[in-house]
Design a protein around this ligand. Sequence first.
Ligand SMILES: Nc1ncnc2c1ncn2[C@@H]1O[C@H](COP(=O)(O)OP(=O)(O)O)[C@@H](O)[C@H]1O
Ligand SMILES: [Mg+2]
Length: 312
Amino acid sequence: MKNVVQVKNLTKEYKTIRAIDDLSFEVKEGEILGLLGPNGSGKSTTINCILSLLNFSKGSIQVFGKEMQPNAYDIKEKIGVVFQEVAVFDELTVIENIDYFCGLYVKDKALRNQYVEDAIQLVGLEDFKKFYPKQLSGGLLRRLNIACGVAHKPKLIILDEPTVAVDPQSRNNILDGIKTLRNQGATIIYTTHYMEEVEILCDRVIILDKGKIIASGTTDELKSLAKLEEKVTVEVLDLEEKYMREISAFKNVEDVSYCDGVLCITYTKGKNNLVELMDYLKKERISYNKIFSERPTLNDVFLELTGKELRD
Ligand SMILES: Nc1ncnc2c1ncn2[C@@H]1O[C@H](COP(=O)(O)OP(=O)(O)O)[C@@H](O)[C@H]1O
Ligand SMILES: [Mg+2]
């Protein structure tokens, strides 16, 4: 597969801070690459370097096989960007805003009308075409921001935290829209600090911390880095101490805790752990309410690798 973006040994310093530290990665044609990291980890800086909006002290960036430059307009017209901050014109309606941004690249009026309609449909703003930005909720405004960035059907789409502080309905709409764009052939870079989004959206993930890559791979590959492999939770009233001790001695058990009627067991390896536990509870005549098993989340992986939580 071709590399649409190739970042090599990128280092970017603001006066006293090294925001990006010898970063190298590539984005393959047709994939959704997730850049996942807490606030301040360098996601926006990386994107602004890729777009040549920031200069950097070391490294090189190629986009569509060519060196990226501030004046590389032939490359830039094939890129759609959705910045972290909403940037639309308050005095233009929804449809006029999208038409304006699309018009920067698509001069043919008939073709542009079609593209604008496609963008409105993609983000589900059909009922709000004549609204002004100030009349839209936060979630709808973000959807407009996305429509403006992608209406000209760019081959590479870069979205910087497009779902921060949006309602669940808009979030689902945005994530579905991004999948649609990928299915239509676009290559996508998606930054977020929400690990749940990366899990449902991205083909490949790079986890950033302090401007460095601390892990990368598919979600499954990243999860296999975790020492912990399974978490079992059981709702059970009044569990005696001796049962806790016996469960601690089970095969593969890493840790057992019991708090407010909830028993939590973590296992280093998984397979039949749940069945074994259920057999044991039955044998000991311990009645329980809910019982369920979970795999580790990307947050667990981040916690193991950095010693801190990804969540904010
Ligand atoms: N214009 C700037 N001047 C100085 N420091 C900055 C500037 N922009 C970002 N930084 C710093 O660079 C680091 C990375 O920031 P950023 O790329 O915005 O992270 P993220 O997008 O992951 O939240 C942070 O420590 C941030 O404070
Ligand atoms: Mg940012």
